[in-house]
Write a protein that binds this ligand. Structure first.
Ligand code: ZN
Length: 99
């Protein structure tokens, strides 16, 4: 009887040891898989490859379809973003009509 108890105790401590060793690895894999999934979800759901990028400056209320728009000539910093991200900006009159 005592021998059997000892064996069960051995088994339990072995399981605990394995759990302690593998837990951080499992957590790391789960976190990595989750962040990967989030990244893929963000790119696929919100920005399809067919979605057009537009150009804008920080202090301008317009977004530009063309990077070569004359209105952007005086701006030293032009950023690009997906149209859906710039909901507060309106299309520029100079380049929106051509496209
Ligand atoms: Zn423009």
């Amino acid at each position: 009887m005592r021998k059997k108890d000892h064996r069960i105790q051995d088994l339990i401590s072995t399981i605990i040891a394995y759990a302690v060793i593998s837990a951080p690895i499992v957590i790391l894999v789960v976190v990595m898989a989750f962040s990967c999934f989030e990244k893929v979800k963000n790119t696929v759901t919100f920005h399809s490859p067919f979605e057009k990028k537009v150009y804008y400056t920080v202090d301008d209320e317009f977004y530009h379809v063309s990077k070569d728009c004359p209105a952007l000539k005086d701006s030293d910093r032009v950023y690009s973003a997906y149209k859906g991200e710039l909901k507060e900006k309106t299309p520029c009159e100079q380049c929106s009509e051509k496209n």
